[in-house]
Design a binder for this molecule. Sequence first.
Ligand SMILES: Cc1ncc(COP(=O)(O)O)c(C=O)c1O
Length: 413
Amino acid sequence: MSATPGGRSHGPPDDAAQARWVRETPGASKRRHLNNAGAALQSEPALRAVTGHLALEAECGGYEAAALQRDAIARVYEQVGALLGARPNEIAIASSATAAYAQALSAFDFAAGDGIVTTRADYLSNRIMFESLAARRGVRVVEVADLPAGGVDPEAVERELKASPAALVALTWIPTFGGLVQRAEDVGAICARYGVPYLVDACQAVGQLAVDVRAVQCDFLAATARKFLRGPRGIGFLHVSERALDAGRHPLLTDMRGGNWPATGTYTLYGGARRFEQWEMPHALVLGMGAAAAYATAQGIVETSRRAHALAAYARDRLGDIPGVRSLDRGERLSAIAAFECRGRKSSDLVTDLRARGINTSAQELDENLVALNRLEAASLLRVSPHYYNTAADVDALADALTELMASASARS
Ligand SMILES: Cc1ncc(COP(=O)(O)O)c(C=O)c1O
C-alpha cells in the first residue's frame, strides 16, 4: 500500500499476474470474494483435480480410481511438504485442521498437573480441547502474557518454561479474528532450547505466509486446505516432525492406516506421519489439496503474501475512514485478515447485505465466541480477508457499500 500525493492511500496495482490469477479462478470474476480466511476461491487446477477424480471414481469405481491415481496421490505428500520445507514422510492427511490438531494432542499422555502453555489467541476449538483435557485429565492450562502491542510475548513463554516444566507449548500462529501474526519462530526457538514439544495451528498461515517448519522448529503443525491455500473444503493435514516420529509419537487411537495387529495383545506402527492418518480418504479432495499446494508454490508465496497483506492494510485504511467503523487489529505484525466493529450494526446482517451486492465477507457474534470477542472489546465483528487474486477495486467496492449501509442504519436510528 502506498500514498498518493494527496495523502490518500491506494492498494497494490494490478498487473499481468493478477489478471492471470483471475482467469485461473472460476469464481473471481463473478463476485468480490473477501472471505479467504473462511474458504478461498479454488483455482482451476485445484478444481480440475477434484472433479477429475470424482469422474474417474464414478466411471471405474472408488478403489480402482485410487489404484489408477496411486502416483498422483503419493505426489500430494511431496507437494504439501514442498510448501512447508518438510519431507513427504512428515505429512499426514486429515479431514480438517481440527481433526489434525486433535490427532496431535492425542499423542501426549497427559497426566494430572501437566502444563499446556498457550497464548491469548487460541482458536476456539483448540481451547475447548484444552479445557476438556483440564476437566478430564487435570491438565493445567497456562495462558502466558501478550506483548503490549498484542500477540504472545516470547519472553513470557520462556519465563513460564523456566518456572515450571511443561508437557506442551501450543500456539495459534494467525488467529481467526483480529489480524494478528504471532511470533511462531521465536516461540519455537524457546521450545527447542527447553526441549518442550511445540504444536502450531497454522490453519490461517499456510498459503498466506511463507511457512518453513525447520525455522518454526515445531513438532506438530496443523492446517486446512480451504483457506489461504485455496484448496477444497473437507481436507487438511498435519505436519509431524521427524523428531516427534523418532520419539515414537502416535495418536491414541491409531487405525490400520497407521499400524498393524500382528498378534493378540500387541500392535505395530508404520514409519512416517501416516500413523496419524485414517484409512478412508476422500482422494478427490486429497488431489485437490495437492494441486492447491503446487499452485501456491508456483505463484511464489513471498510475492502473493505481500499482495494479500497490502490489500488487507488497504482495507484497514479505507474501512477505518467510514463513520462508525473501527479496526480491531492489534499486533506488531498484521495478517491478511482485517477485523472491524461496525457501531450499531450486527455484522452477520452486514454480511448478508454485502453478499446481496456480490461482496463476500464473514462475521462473528459475541454469543458464538464470547472470550475472543470480549478480548477484542467488540460485540460483533466483521472480517475482511483478501487474497492475492483480489484487487484494490474489490476493497473500494466494499468500502462504498459499507459506507452506504452504515449511513442508512444511522439515518434509521
Ligand atoms: C486459526 C484456525 N485454526 C483452526 C481452524 C479450524 O479449521 P478446520 O475447520 O479445518 O478444522 C480455523 C478455522 O477457521 C482457524 O481459523
